[in-house]
Design a protein around this ligand. Sequence first.
Ligand code: ADP
Ligand code: MG
Length: 350
Amino acid sequence: MKPFFKGVRKHIGKLDAATLREQYERVSDEFDFFETTLKSIREGIAVLDGEGEIVYENPFVGEILGKGGIKSLELPLKANSKREIKISYPEERCLEVQTVALERESTLVVVRDVTSEKRHAEEALAAAGERAVRDLAAGVAHEIGNPLNALSLNLQLLERDHPGDETIGICRHQVARLDAIIRGFLQALRPARACLAPGNVTEPLAECLKALKNRFEEKRISVVLDMPAALPVCAIDKNQLEQVFFNLLKNAIEAMEDGGRLQVAVRSNDEAVEVGIRDSGYGMDDEQLKHLFEPYRSGKAGGTGLGLMITERIVREHGGTIAAESKKGEGTLFTVSIPRIEKRIRALNE
Ligand code: ADP
Ligand code: MG
Protein backbone atom coordinates (compact mmCIF):
# COMPACT_ATOMS: atom_id res chain seq x y z
CA MET A 1 0.00 0.00 0.00
CA LYS A 2 2.79 2.38 0.92
CA PRO A 3 4.49 2.66 -2.56
CA PHE A 4 1.07 3.31 -4.06
CA PHE A 5 0.39 6.25 -1.73
CA LYS A 6 3.87 7.58 -2.43
CA GLY A 7 3.10 7.47 -6.16
CA VAL A 8 -0.16 9.37 -5.65
CA ARG A 9 1.57 11.98 -3.53
CA LYS A 10 4.28 12.50 -6.13
CA HIS A 11 1.85 13.09 -9.00
CA ILE A 12 -0.92 14.78 -7.04
CA GLY A 13 -0.62 18.04 -9.02
CA LYS A 14 -1.26 16.21 -12.28
CA LEU A 15 -4.36 14.25 -11.20
CA ASP A 16 -7.78 15.34 -12.40
CA ALA A 17 -10.72 15.82 -10.01
CA ALA A 18 -12.34 12.44 -10.71
CA THR A 19 -9.11 10.53 -10.06
CA LEU A 20 -8.49 12.62 -6.95
CA ARG A 21 -11.97 11.82 -5.60
CA GLU A 22 -11.45 8.12 -6.36
CA GLN A 23 -8.13 8.15 -4.53
CA TYR A 24 -9.60 10.12 -1.66
CA GLU A 25 -12.37 7.55 -1.24
CA ARG A 26 -9.85 4.80 -1.30
CA VAL A 27 -7.82 6.48 1.44
CA SER A 28 -10.97 7.11 3.43
CA ASP A 29 -11.97 3.43 3.20
CA GLU A 30 -8.49 2.39 4.27
CA PHE A 31 -8.75 4.75 7.22
CA ASP A 32 -12.12 3.31 8.26
CA PHE A 33 -10.73 -0.18 8.02
CA PHE A 34 -7.75 0.64 10.24
CA GLU A 35 -9.90 2.54 12.70
CA THR A 36 -12.36 -0.37 13.06
CA THR A 37 -9.46 -2.76 13.52
CA LEU A 38 -7.86 -0.57 16.17
CA LYS A 39 -11.20 -0.13 17.95
CA SER A 40 -11.88 -3.84 18.19
CA ILE A 41 -8.39 -4.85 19.27
CA ARG A 42 -8.04 -5.99 22.91
CA GLU A 43 -4.81 -4.09 23.32
CA GLY A 44 -4.38 -0.42 24.13
CA ILE A 45 -2.88 1.52 21.22
CA ALA A 46 -2.00 5.19 21.40
CA VAL A 47 0.11 7.69 19.49
CA LEU A 48 1.71 10.61 21.32
CA ASP A 49 3.26 13.67 19.70
CA GLY A 50 6.68 15.14 20.53
CA GLU A 51 5.24 16.91 23.60
CA GLY A 52 3.52 13.78 24.88
CA GLU A 53 0.05 14.95 23.86
CA ILE A 54 -2.34 12.26 22.67
CA VAL A 55 -2.80 12.23 18.91
CA TYR A 56 -4.76 9.01 18.86
CA GLU A 57 -5.90 6.36 21.30
CA ASN A 58 -8.21 3.39 20.82
CA PRO A 59 -11.10 2.74 23.27
CA PHE A 60 -9.26 -0.09 25.04
CA VAL A 61 -6.78 2.43 26.49
CA GLY A 62 -9.58 4.08 28.46
CA GLU A 63 -11.03 0.73 29.45
CA ILE A 64 -7.75 -0.54 30.82
CA LEU A 65 -6.34 2.66 32.37
CA GLY A 66 -9.47 4.51 33.43
CA LYS A 67 -9.56 8.27 33.81
CA GLY A 68 -5.81 8.77 34.26
CA GLY A 69 -5.31 7.47 30.75
CA ILE A 70 -2.04 6.97 28.99
CA LYS A 71 -0.48 10.10 30.50
CA SER A 72 -0.59 8.57 33.98
CA LEU A 73 2.04 6.06 32.86
CA GLU A 74 4.77 8.70 32.40
CA LEU A 75 6.31 7.00 29.40
CA PRO A 76 9.59 7.88 27.69
CA LEU A 77 8.89 9.84 24.51
CA LYS A 78 10.53 9.22 21.15
CA ALA A 79 12.21 6.09 22.46
CA ASN A 80 11.83 2.35 22.19
CA SER A 81 11.12 0.76 25.52
CA LYS A 82 9.30 -2.13 27.14
CA ARG A 83 8.30 -2.38 30.77
CA GLU A 84 5.89 -4.03 33.11
CA ILE A 85 3.65 -1.82 35.20
CA LYS A 86 1.31 -2.71 38.05
CA ILE A 87 -1.74 -0.50 38.42
CA SER A 88 -4.34 -0.62 41.15
CA TYR A 89 -6.96 1.63 39.53
CA PRO A 90 -9.59 1.09 38.07
CA GLU A 91 -8.64 -2.51 38.80
CA GLU A 92 -5.52 -4.34 39.96
CA ARG A 93 -3.78 -5.22 36.76
CA CYS A 94 -0.39 -6.05 35.42
CA LEU A 95 0.36 -4.30 32.13
CA GLU A 96 3.08 -4.74 29.59
CA VAL A 97 3.74 -1.34 28.04
CA GLN A 98 5.82 -0.91 24.93
CA THR A 99 6.82 2.36 23.28
CA VAL A 100 8.14 2.65 19.75
CA ALA A 101 9.69 5.84 18.35
CA LEU A 102 7.89 6.77 15.11
CA GLU A 103 8.68 9.23 12.35
CA ARG A 104 8.05 12.91 12.99
CA GLU A 105 8.84 12.92 16.72
CA SER A 106 5.83 10.80 17.68
CA THR A 107 5.68 7.74 19.87
CA LEU A 108 3.51 4.65 19.49
CA VAL A 109 2.37 3.08 22.75
CA VAL A 110 1.05 -0.48 22.99
CA VAL A 111 -0.50 -1.59 26.28
CA ARG A 112 -1.17 -5.27 26.88
CA ASP A 113 -3.07 -6.65 29.88
CA VAL A 114 -0.93 -9.55 31.12
CA THR A 115 -2.67 -9.96 34.49
CA SER A 116 -3.99 -13.46 33.90
CA GLU A 117 -0.79 -14.61 32.13
CA LYS A 118 1.15 -13.47 35.18
CA ARG A 119 -1.25 -15.10 37.58
CA HIS A 120 -1.02 -18.42 35.76
CA ALA A 121 2.76 -18.22 35.75
CA GLU A 122 2.79 -17.43 39.47
CA GLU A 123 0.40 -20.27 40.21
CA ALA A 124 2.49 -22.72 38.21
CA LEU A 125 5.60 -21.55 40.04
CA ALA A 126 3.94 -21.85 43.45
CA ALA A 127 2.72 -25.36 42.60
CA ALA A 128 6.16 -26.40 41.38
CA GLY A 129 7.78 -24.87 44.48
CA GLU A 130 5.33 -26.63 46.74
CA ARG A 131 5.99 -29.95 45.03
CA ALA A 132 9.75 -29.53 45.24
CA VAL A 133 9.66 -28.63 48.94
CA ARG A 134 7.34 -31.51 49.64
CA ASP A 135 9.49 -34.05 47.83
CA LEU A 136 12.68 -32.80 49.44
CA ALA A 137 11.19 -32.76 52.92
CA ALA A 138 9.60 -36.17 52.46
CA GLY A 139 12.94 -37.50 51.25
CA VAL A 140 14.78 -36.16 54.29
CA ALA A 141 12.09 -37.41 56.67
CA HIS A 142 12.25 -40.83 55.07
CA GLU A 143 16.04 -40.93 55.37
CA ILE A 144 15.82 -40.01 59.06
CA GLY A 145 13.30 -42.80 59.56
CA ASN A 146 15.79 -45.57 58.74
CA PRO A 147 18.51 -44.76 61.31
CA LEU A 148 15.74 -44.10 63.84
CA ASN A 149 14.43 -47.61 63.31
CA ALA A 150 17.92 -49.02 63.73
CA LEU A 151 18.41 -46.98 66.91
CA SER A 152 15.12 -48.17 68.30
CA LEU A 153 15.93 -51.83 67.59
CA ASN A 154 19.39 -51.58 69.17
CA LEU A 155 18.01 -49.81 72.21
CA GLN A 156 15.54 -52.66 72.64
CA LEU A 157 18.42 -55.15 72.52
CA LEU A 158 20.40 -53.10 75.06
CA GLU A 159 17.39 -52.92 77.33
CA ARG A 160 17.10 -56.69 77.26
CA ASP A 161 20.66 -56.95 78.62
CA HIS A 162 20.20 -54.08 81.12
CA PRO A 163 16.60 -54.19 82.24
CA GLY A 164 15.39 -51.05 84.03
CA ASP A 165 18.40 -48.92 82.91
CA GLU A 166 17.30 -45.29 83.17
CA THR A 167 19.58 -43.91 80.42
CA ILE A 168 18.35 -46.46 77.92
CA GLY A 169 14.77 -45.61 78.92
CA ILE A 170 15.36 -41.90 78.24
CA CYS A 171 16.92 -42.68 74.87
CA ARG A 172 14.03 -44.92 73.88
CA HIS A 173 11.55 -42.26 74.91
CA GLN A 174 13.34 -39.59 72.85
CA VAL A 175 13.63 -41.85 69.82
CA ALA A 176 9.90 -42.55 70.05
CA ARG A 177 9.27 -38.79 70.18
CA LEU A 178 11.39 -38.16 67.09
CA ASP A 179 9.55 -40.94 65.32
CA ALA A 180 6.19 -39.32 66.14
CA ILE A 181 7.39 -35.93 64.87
CA ILE A 182 8.60 -37.42 61.60
CA ARG A 183 5.36 -39.35 61.16
CA GLY A 184 3.27 -36.21 61.72
CA PHE A 185 5.48 -34.29 59.36
CA LEU A 186 5.09 -36.85 56.58
CA GLN A 187 1.35 -36.89 57.13
CA ALA A 188 1.25 -33.11 56.76
CA LEU A 189 3.20 -33.31 53.53
CA ARG A 190 1.30 -36.22 52.03
CA PRO A 191 -2.25 -36.01 53.39
CA ALA A 192 -4.76 -38.73 52.73
CA ARG A 193 -7.07 -38.15 49.76
CA ALA A 194 -10.39 -36.58 50.65
CA CYS A 195 -13.13 -39.17 50.97
CA LEU A 196 -16.21 -37.19 49.99
CA ALA A 197 -19.77 -37.97 51.08
CA PRO A 198 -22.95 -35.87 51.21
CA GLY A 199 -23.04 -33.79 54.36
CA ASN A 200 -23.55 -30.45 56.02
CA VAL A 201 -20.58 -28.08 56.24
CA THR A 202 -21.72 -26.73 59.60
CA GLU A 203 -21.32 -30.14 61.23
CA PRO A 204 -17.50 -30.24 61.31
CA LEU A 205 -17.53 -26.50 62.00
CA ALA A 206 -19.74 -26.94 65.07
CA GLU A 207 -17.51 -29.81 66.28
CA CYS A 208 -14.45 -27.55 66.16
CA LEU A 209 -16.20 -24.67 67.89
CA LYS A 210 -17.27 -27.05 70.65
CA ALA A 211 -13.78 -28.47 71.06
CA LEU A 212 -12.30 -24.97 71.32
CA LYS A 213 -14.93 -23.54 73.68
CA ASN A 214 -12.61 -23.50 76.69
CA ARG A 215 -9.82 -21.85 74.70
CA PHE A 216 -12.18 -19.01 73.70
CA GLU A 217 -13.11 -18.47 77.33
CA GLU A 218 -9.52 -18.60 78.55
CA LYS A 219 -8.46 -16.03 75.96
CA ARG A 220 -11.47 -13.79 76.58
CA ILE A 221 -12.73 -14.14 73.03
CA SER A 222 -16.42 -13.56 72.45
CA VAL A 223 -17.90 -15.76 69.75
CA VAL A 224 -20.73 -14.59 67.53
CA LEU A 225 -22.36 -17.33 65.45
CA ASP A 226 -24.61 -16.83 62.49
CA MET A 227 -25.60 -20.19 61.04
CA PRO A 228 -28.87 -20.87 59.24
CA ALA A 229 -30.68 -23.99 60.44
CA ALA A 230 -31.06 -25.49 56.97
CA LEU A 231 -28.27 -25.56 54.43
CA PRO A 232 -27.75 -27.18 51.03
CA VAL A 233 -25.87 -30.48 51.02
CA CYS A 234 -22.20 -30.52 49.99
CA ALA A 235 -19.82 -33.36 49.19
CA ILE A 236 -17.50 -33.27 52.19
CA ASP A 237 -14.86 -35.22 54.02
CA LYS A 238 -15.94 -34.45 57.57
CA ASN A 239 -12.60 -35.19 59.22
CA GLN A 240 -10.67 -33.14 56.74
CA LEU A 241 -13.06 -30.18 56.97
CA GLU A 242 -12.66 -30.37 60.73
CA GLN A 243 -8.94 -29.94 60.17
CA VAL A 244 -9.68 -26.91 57.94
CA PHE A 245 -11.85 -25.15 60.50
CA PHE A 246 -9.58 -26.14 63.35
CA ASN A 247 -6.55 -24.59 61.61
CA LEU A 248 -8.44 -21.39 60.81
CA LEU A 249 -9.92 -21.06 64.31
CA LYS A 250 -6.57 -21.80 65.93
CA ASN A 251 -4.90 -19.08 63.85
CA ALA A 252 -7.71 -16.69 64.77
CA ILE A 253 -7.25 -17.43 68.48
CA GLU A 254 -3.49 -16.97 68.18
CA ALA A 255 -4.04 -13.63 66.42
CA MET A 256 -6.16 -12.34 69.31
CA GLU A 257 -3.56 -12.42 72.06
CA ASP A 258 -5.43 -9.94 74.24
CA GLY A 259 -8.92 -11.21 73.66
CA GLY A 260 -11.31 -10.09 70.98
CA ARG A 261 -14.28 -11.03 68.92
CA LEU A 262 -14.73 -13.99 66.62
CA GLN A 263 -17.54 -13.92 64.10
CA VAL A 264 -18.48 -17.10 62.29
CA ALA A 265 -21.09 -16.73 59.57
CA VAL A 266 -22.40 -19.40 57.21
CA ARG A 267 -24.20 -18.48 54.02
CA SER A 268 -25.32 -20.31 50.92
CA ASN A 269 -25.99 -19.28 47.36
CA ASP A 270 -26.82 -21.12 44.12
CA GLU A 271 -23.32 -22.43 43.82
CA ALA A 272 -21.81 -22.98 47.23
CA VAL A 273 -21.91 -22.87 51.00
CA GLU A 274 -19.66 -20.16 52.37
CA VAL A 275 -18.14 -20.06 55.82
CA GLY A 276 -16.71 -16.75 56.98
CA ILE A 277 -14.38 -16.68 59.98
CA ARG A 278 -13.57 -13.17 61.07
CA ASP A 279 -11.26 -12.26 63.95
CA SER A 280 -10.35 -8.93 65.49
CA GLY A 281 -6.70 -9.94 65.86
CA TYR A 282 -3.42 -8.43 64.78
CA GLY A 283 -4.08 -8.90 61.07
CA MET A 284 -1.62 -9.14 58.21
CA ASP A 285 0.03 -6.84 55.72
CA ASP A 286 -0.10 -7.29 51.93
CA GLU A 287 3.23 -9.11 51.82
CA GLN A 288 2.03 -11.73 54.32
CA LEU A 289 -1.26 -12.10 52.46
CA LYS A 290 0.55 -12.70 49.19
CA HIS A 291 2.45 -15.70 50.55
CA LEU A 292 -0.27 -16.90 52.88
CA PHE A 293 -0.78 -20.42 51.54
CA GLU A 294 2.87 -21.17 50.96
CA PRO A 295 4.56 -23.63 53.33
CA TYR A 296 7.01 -22.63 56.07
CA ARG A 297 5.94 -19.01 56.15
CA SER A 298 5.06 -18.77 59.78
CA GLY A 299 4.94 -15.38 61.42
CA LYS A 300 4.96 -16.97 64.88
CA ALA A 301 7.63 -18.27 67.21
CA GLY A 302 7.10 -22.04 67.25
CA GLY A 303 4.73 -22.00 64.25
CA THR A 304 5.23 -24.47 61.40
CA GLY A 305 3.66 -22.42 58.63
CA LEU A 306 2.08 -25.64 57.36
CA GLY A 307 -1.48 -25.13 58.66
CA LEU A 308 -2.78 -22.92 55.89
CA MET A 309 -1.01 -24.87 53.17
CA ILE A 310 -2.78 -28.04 54.29
CA THR A 311 -6.02 -26.10 54.74
CA GLU A 312 -5.87 -24.75 51.22
CA ARG A 313 -5.13 -28.17 49.78
CA ILE A 314 -8.09 -29.77 51.53
CA VAL A 315 -10.44 -27.03 50.37
CA ARG A 316 -9.13 -27.46 46.83
CA GLU A 317 -9.79 -31.21 47.02
CA HIS A 318 -13.39 -30.35 47.85
CA GLY A 319 -13.55 -28.32 44.64
CA GLY A 320 -13.81 -25.19 46.78
CA THR A 321 -11.90 -21.99 47.34
CA ILE A 322 -10.39 -20.17 50.29
CA ALA A 323 -9.71 -16.46 50.43
CA ALA A 324 -8.37 -14.08 53.04
CA GLU A 325 -8.87 -10.39 53.61
CA SER A 326 -6.91 -8.65 56.29
CA LYS A 327 -5.76 -5.33 57.62
CA LYS A 328 -2.78 -4.96 59.89
CA GLY A 329 -3.96 -4.17 63.39
CA GLU A 330 -7.63 -4.63 62.60
CA GLY A 331 -8.30 -8.28 61.93
CA THR A 332 -8.73 -10.96 59.34
CA LEU A 333 -11.54 -12.62 57.46
CA PHE A 334 -11.12 -16.09 55.96
CA THR A 335 -13.85 -17.26 53.61
CA VAL A 336 -14.10 -20.93 52.76
CA SER A 337 -16.43 -21.78 49.93
CA ILE A 338 -17.48 -25.40 49.34
CA PRO A 339 -19.57 -26.13 46.23
CA ARG A 340 -23.10 -27.48 46.62
CA ILE A 341 -23.55 -31.07 45.61
CA GLU A 342 -25.92 -30.32 42.70
CA LYS A 343 -23.34 -27.89 41.42
CA ARG A 344 -20.59 -30.50 41.55
CA ILE A 345 -22.71 -33.06 39.70
CA ARG A 346 -23.53 -30.48 37.07
CA ALA A 347 -19.89 -29.57 36.71
CA LEU A 348 -18.89 -33.24 36.31
CA ASN A 349 -21.54 -33.82 33.62
CA GLU A 350 -20.55 -30.80 31.62
P1 ADP B 1 1.41 -21.26 61.71
O1 ADP B 1 0.11 -21.01 62.41
O2 ADP B 1 2.07 -22.52 62.15
O3 ADP B 1 2.35 -20.09 61.76
P2 ADP B 1 -0.23 -21.21 59.34
O4 ADP B 1 -0.01 -21.78 57.98
O5 ADP B 1 -1.43 -21.68 60.07
O6 ADP B 1 1.10 -21.51 60.16
O7 ADP B 1 -0.26 -19.63 59.23
C1 ADP B 1 0.77 -18.97 58.56
C2 ADP B 1 0.90 -17.54 59.03
O8 ADP B 1 -0.18 -16.76 58.52
C3 ADP B 1 0.84 -17.34 60.52
O9 ADP B 1 2.08 -17.56 61.14
C4 ADP B 1 0.38 -15.89 60.65
O10 ADP B 1 1.48 -15.03 60.50
C5 ADP B 1 -0.50 -15.73 59.44
N1 ADP B 1 -1.93 -15.87 59.82
C6 ADP B 1 -2.73 -16.92 59.59
N2 ADP B 1 -3.97 -16.71 60.05
C7 ADP B 1 -3.96 -15.48 60.61
C8 ADP B 1 -4.96 -14.65 61.26
N3 ADP B 1 -6.22 -15.08 61.46
N4 ADP B 1 -4.57 -13.42 61.69
C9 ADP B 1 -3.31 -12.98 61.49
N5 ADP B 1 -2.34 -13.70 60.90
C10 ADP B 1 -2.65 -14.93 60.46
MG1 MG C 1 -1.61 -22.21 62.18
